[in-house]
Design a protein around this ligand. Structure first.
Ligand code: ZN
Length: 206
């Protein structure tokens, strides 16, 4: 792509660093911004800049939050002894939208994936084990996607918790194998949390 303007080229390059945005799409988006009032671009850059500077991760569940302890963790009406283990905030949002879950979350920040160089030490697993050891959790619900990485992560955590006083369950797989949690519809997802099964049973079936 030949650019007559270095400024345009730079903007297109930065935009094309986003996932799923090729050079042509990046050019289209940048030209679109140029046609809009200048204030729109300012709002966009301000929102992104503020996000990066001010965003926090909840000290308890590691979810993205504007404050030190997120709204879910600080809500006194949530069941503190029930914790759902998820990959990232998209899963929290999907489960919250079902309106059927009243417990807390623990956000791992990914799943174990040797091919991508992600090991247990890269995830928030040790803080989960500490929480269980402290006795504040009665039941953990594994809600990672039904992929090989999700299963590996579940099993790793399960082994870390062996011998500890905690009930471990997994969401019922009304959701098809390989479906990412965020794409499951609300009714199916809500039902699969309510109909969760002991993790040991899921192990026997696999
Ligand atoms: Zn939290």
């Amino acid at each position: 792509m030949e650019f007559s303007s270095k400024l345009l080229e730079n903007a297109v390059y930065e935009m094309s660093q986003l996932p799923g945005i090729g050079k042509r799409t990046a050019l289209r988006l940048v030209l679109h911004l140029l046609r809009q009032p200048e204030a729109q671009t300012e709002h966009l850059t301000l929102a992104l800049g503020q996000l990066r500077k001010e965003i926090k991760f909840c000290k308890k569940c590691h979810s993205i939050s504007d404050v030190e302890i997120c709204d879910i963790c600080s809500n006194p009406s949530r069941e503190k002894e029930l914790v759902c283990v998820v990959e990232d905030i998209r899963d929290v949002m999907a489960i919250e939208s079902t309106g059927q879950y009243r417990g807390l979350y623990h956000v791992l920040g990914g799943k174990i994936s040797p091919l991508d160089g992600i090991g247990p030490q890269d995830l928030k697993i040790s803080s989960l084990v500490e929480k269980v050891k402290s006795g504040e959790i009665k039941e953990l619900i594994f809600a990672l996607s039904a992929t090989m990485e999700g299963d590996t992560t579940n099993f790793y955590i399960y082994r870390q918790l062996e011998g500890l006083e905690v009930k471990i369950s997994t969401i019922a797989r009304g959701i098809g194998v390989n479906d990412e949690l965020e794409y499951a519809d609300e009714v199916t997802l809500g039902r699969s949390i309510m109909n969760r099964i002991p993790f040991e049973n899921a192990l026997k079936n696999s």
